[in-house]
Design a protein around this ligand. Structure first.
Ligand SMILES: O=P([O-])(O)O[C@H]1O[C@H](COP(=O)(O)O)[C@@H](O)[C@H](O)[C@H]1O
Ligand SMILES: [Mg+2]
Length: 676
């Protein structure tokens, strides 16, 4: 017989939605845009399908029973894997456990960052999430869960309120002694990562599909974070996926009603055997950034007459964090923050921090009366960042390079470190701008596969202090995740330092041009072919693997050529005609733990030192694929370099990549859906 939980543990009102829902319409199409939002490609005769078309067919909207008791066999019978060990529970908890038979559900796999599915997949199948959470628990095992703490929170999207309650029920039945929850179910990904470490938890559950659109017609996502707060390593996600295929019973406690997670406070159940610790989502995060930056310096910099900035929280999780940081801590006016209230459907928007999705920010930057020095945005779960200035877009590769260049002088977390920076890392498709800074600093650069999880061992081992990816993720070693607002504060610190040295307010364009003058300019672009049939995406990679990479089997990659124009005779060439000199498929051996990740993208190397990289996205929520084509080229500083259009510099290599990969023939697309 279950003990009745204390009445105070429940909300006074029955489980209200955690967040507001905007009436705004959802976007219907992805625009083909280039840097700074301008159109870079003429849409071809085979236009990409609208976003709506790549989502699953409309699902029924019938009322759902509580998931308890539901068993939805949708896959093959459970394998003959031996049953997972059961936790030994305090009697009061054990008495409240309800065991529900179930069968495995197909497709509960993990991609680049956890599982992402159309929200309707979960709404229509009440067993979907319990099955997955039971797989988490079974993969971790009682030795990890019993008596331990877990952290849970997410980006505020639709279905998170339901999911938080399900996590609490399954966690209690797995023997967890405590779960820390961000009030309102909110925790940005870097805040979640920080809380895992701060609370000594064995891990965290992040309820987010990142930048994917939210709402009943959008996507939902979930990921497990390890003890270091960072993404679970592949060894664990592989165990989780295996456990989803063997789950036969879901065990969850009955609390007798929803747990109040709306406001901070400690809620105790079963005589204290299980505790839900609801915390202010922003407090520990701001405290951590106070260890990284000198907030007094930033406060006095942003108080300089003439300083103004805008941060677009895109109606997702970072609004409260931006308010706590920029308004409450640094003293900026509330108008600094655009779209600062988290909404369950992100206001119908697409919280992908690129100029294409931040029209109000772009408009504010274009308005001379606003006089903005810095524009920034973050994605749904707050781990990505966009840095822009008036009429100026900072590429993620340049952002990482600039932050690395300034870290030792502008950011106390790095500047006060004996021995300086140990090293830096970037994902392989990320253009190698940071490599030139690292060479000047005489520190190593690690080139990893796409996915923050691959930085984890390097961070844990102290081999790197900063890392970043072309997908708008950058961070330092204050947390084992990418951290959008950390990067925005980093840029404030850079601007403060540059302004102090110039004796006037300096904006992002001047800083980046100064960086190019010292190190040369690395041009980069990503062409996304969104919603291509999975088979077509795979055919592109297979065609390159068999037809191009195979031709270089056993052949060493030639040394990089001297940069174009470095002989000083002809000046810097700003076109990009070039020929292939090598190709391979990227495989990575983790230098710390020896783990091997093969098949991480096809690399094409060209005579002028430029690169093309092709891989399939691992964050799609549907069976359709996003083929990503990354291009980069380097030019030393010289006349015309600062104002050169990346589309001109990369046009030659891009055309050659498209030809070698037979993009039009195999995908039916004459142009990418979007240029990022
Ligand atoms: O979506 P987020 O912000 O969690 O970011 C995730 O996806 C990005 C893009 O992945 P893909 O190219 O496979 O779509 C990765 O670079 C990143 O490491 C990962 O955490
Ligand atoms: Mg994200």
């Amino acid at each position: 017989m279950a003990l009745a939980p204390p009445a105070a543990a429940f909300a006074a009102t029955p489980a209200p939605p955690l967040l507001l829902r905007s009436p705004a319409a959802r976007p219907t199409a992805a625009a083909a845009v280039g840097r700074g939002g301008r159109s870079a490609f003429t849409p071809g005769e085979a236009p990409p399908p609208p976003i709506a078309a790549r989502r699953r067919p409309a699902c029924s909207r019938r009322p759902r029973p509580a998931w308890r008791g539901a068993s939805t066999p949708t896959a093959s019978a459970a394998s003959s894997t031996p049953p997972p060990a059961l936790p030994t529970l305090p009697p009061a908890v054990a008495g409240a456990v309800v065991s529900t038979p179930t069968t495995p559900i197909d497709g509960q796999t993990t991609g680049t960052s956890g599982l992402r599915k159309p929200t309707a997949t979960l709404v229509d199948n009440p067993a979907y999430l319990p099955n997955l959470l039971q797989a988490y628990v079974n993969a971790l095992g009682p030795a990890t869960t019993v008596g331990a703490r877990l952290v849970v929170g997410g980006d505020g999207r639709y279905y998170n309120a339901t999911a938080v309650q399900t996590v609490l029920r399954v966690a209690a039945a797995a023997g967890f002694a405590a779960v820390t929850v961000g009030a309102g179910g909110l925790l940005s990904t870097p805040a979640l990562a920080g809380l895992v470490v701060k609370t000594g938890a064995v891990g965290g559950v992040g309820l987010t599909a990142s930048h994917n659109a939210a709402g009943l017609d959008g996507d939902w996502g979930i990921k497990f974070q390890g003890r270091n707060g960072g993404p679970a390593p592949e060894a664990l996600t592989d165990r989780i996926v295996a456990a989803t295929r063997a789950v036969t019973v879901v065990r969850a406690v009955d609390f007798g009603g929803p747990v109040n997670v709306a406001t901070p406070g400690v809620r105790s159940f079963f005589g204290g055997a299980f505790v839900v610790d609801v915390v202010d989502p922003t407090a520990a995060y701001v405290d951590r950034l106070a260890e990284v930056y000198d907030f007094d310096v930033l406060r006095s910099f942003v108080a300089t007459p003439g300083f103004a900035m805008r941060f677009d929280a895109m109606s997702a999780v970072t609004g409260p964090y931006a308010k706590a940081l920029f308004v409450d801590t640094l003293g900026l006016p509330p108008s600094t923050i655009l779209r600062g209230t988290p909404l369950e459907d992100f206001g119908g928007g697409h919280p992908d921090p690129s100029p294409a999705h931040t029209p109000a920010l772009v408009a504010a930057l274009a308005d001379p009366a606003a006089g903005l020095l810095l524009g920034a945005a973050s994605d749904g779960d707050g781990d990505r960042n966009l840095i822009v200035g008036p009429d100026f877009f900072v590429t993620p590769a340049d952002s990482l390079a600039v932050l690395t260049e300034f870290a030792g002088v502008a950011i106390p977390w790095f500047a006060n470190r004996p021995g300086g920076l140990p090293g830096v890392a970037r994902s392989m498709p990320t253009a190698p701008a940071v490599d030139r800074v690292a060479a000047a600093l005489r520190i190593p650069v690690y080139e990893t596969p796409t996915g923050w999880k691959y930085f984890g061992s390097l961070l844990d081992a102290g081999r790197i202090a900063l890392c970043g990816e072309e997908s708008f993720g950058t961070s330092g070693d204050h947390v084992a995740e990418k951290d959008g607002l950390w990067a925005v504060c980093g840029w404030l610190a850079v601007l403060a330092t540059a302004s102090a040295s110039a004796g006037r307010l300096v904006g992002v364009a001047d800083v980046v041009r100064g960086h190019w003058a010292r190190h040369g300019r690395t041009f980069s672009a990503r062409w996304d072919y969104i919603g291509v049939p999975g088979a077509a995406g795979r055919a592109v990679l297979a065609g390159l693997r068999d037809g191009v990479v195979a031709a270089f089997a056993g052949v060493d990659r030639p040394p990089p050529p001297p940069p174009v124009g470095s002989d000083g005779d002809d000046g810097v060439r700003l076109d990009g005609a070039t020929t292939l000199v090598h190709a391979d498929e990227f495989a990575y051996t983790d230098p710390v733990d020896g783990a091997v990740a093969a098949g991480q993208g096809i690399r094409l190397f060209f005579a002028d030192g430029s690169r093309g990289v092709l891989r399939l996205s691992g964050t799609d929520a549907t069976a359709a694929a996003t083929l990503r084509v990354y291009l980069d080229a380097y030019r030393p500083w010289g006349e015309g370099v600062a104002d050169a259009d990346p589309a001109d510099v990369l046009g030659g290599v891009g055309g050659e990549v498209a030809r070698l990969a037979r993009l039009e023939e195999l995908t039916g697309r004459v142009a990418p859906t979007a240029v990022v």
